[in-house]
Design a binder for this molecule. Structure first.
Ligand SMILES: Cc1cc2nc3c(=O)[nH]c(=O)nc-3n(C[C@H](O)[C@H](O)[C@H](O)COP(=O)(O)O)c2cc1C
Length: 297
């Protein structure tokens, strides 16, 4: 069997609930089958001094060994005062010394970062790229992964990619965290959303039913497993606004109807139904409900 590609991931934050540490852990679940992403935690690394660079502490010996053994590096960094945090720079400096023993040299590296700021660590990432020039690291140019505040340019770019329109949220169907269904499915509502209760139903029971139906379509061969990355779907949901506040709302029934409708719609779409012949055959027997009573029989 081919040896897997070993990636060493380092987050530039020591914060317990760090977004960057979370993003790095999330990346672990996303690496391809022929790669392994190991994490090196920077906690407890002493501050660099040139006086000690020839007798580094155990933590530094360890990071240097892990970098040497890695085929590639993934740095996930916050932005501190428009640059990379001291803890990350400290680790970078340690592993670049003593002169002649720069273990970063020639390593391919990917960079990403999460920030509560509007630019999603863009400035820190460019500083890191500058540092990589001297270290002779080979950073990937694309993709640039900048996870930022939704109110900033990153958020706006994402929203325009998703084409958000007030009152008609467009969401990628997920079944749980990190469980976005495939094919990637954008779901939105034909009705204008006017209340939180409505959002809760749409993003809750209806989304759950839609997600379950899509996965069952895969399991039952209605959606071809080998084409999931080539397909994408847009599901328009009609959910009566009165549902949101109706005292007798039956969530089980709401789930069932959305589940069955989604499955039926996907199954018919995949078979190219209705066919032209079916439409012609039904021309007289099927009529839009709005025409009921409009024309005499
Ligand atoms: C010292 C310091 C400086 C910061 N400077 C910036 C900054 O320049 N740009 C930015 O977007 N966020 C800045 N922040 C906010 C960070 O984005 C935020 O604290 C983030 O949660 C840090 O990443 P973490 O969650 O992985 O620890 C700064 C935070 C600290 C503590």
């Amino acid at each position: 069997m081919k040896k897997p590609i070993r990636i060493l991931g380092i987050a530039g934050s020591l914060r317990k609930n760090s977004y960057n540490r979370s993003a790095l852990r999330a990346a672990q679940g996303l690496v391809p089958e022929d790669a392994i992403l190991d994490i090196f935690e920077l906690d407890g690394m002493t501050l660099f001094s040139e006086d000690n660079e020839r007798e580094p502490p155990a933590k530094v010996v360890e990071i240097k060994r892990r970098i040497r053994e890695a085929d590639a590096i993934l740095i996930v960094t916050p932005e501190y005062n428009y640059s990379i945090p001291g803890v990350l720079k400290n680790a970078i400096d340690w592993a670049s010394r003593p002169y002649g023993d720069n273990v970063w040299a020639d390593k391919p590296a990917a960079i990403m970062g999460a920030s509560i700021g509007k630019l999603g660590t863009a400035r820190a990432q460019y500083h890191l790229r500058q540092v990589f020039v001297f270290l002779n690291v080979h950073p990937l140019n694309h993709p640039e992964v900048m996870i930022g505040n939704v109110k900033g340019p990153v958020g706006h770019a994402f929203a325009s990619m998703a084409g958000q329109v007030a009152g008609h949220p467009r969401m990628f169907v997920i079944r749980d965290l990190n469980q976005q269904v495939r094919p990637a499915t954008m779901m939105t509502t034909k009705m204008t959303v006017k209340s939180e209760d409505y959002v809760e139903l749409l993003g809750g029971v209806v989304q759950a039913a839609t997600g379950d139906a899509i996965v069952d379509c895969i399991a039952e061969g209605i959606l071809p497993k080998d084409q999931l990355n080539e397909l994408c779907m847009i599901i328009m949901v009609w959910l009566d606004p009165r549902c949101a506040t109706h005292a007798e709302l039956d969530k089980k029934d709401l789930y069932r109807t959305n589940y069955e409708a989604t499955k039926l719609a996907i199954s018919r779409a995949m078979k190219g139904e209705p066919t032209a012949d079916e439409l012609i055959a039904n021309r007289k027997s099927v009529q839009h409900y709005a025409l009921e009573g409009v024309f005499e029989d």
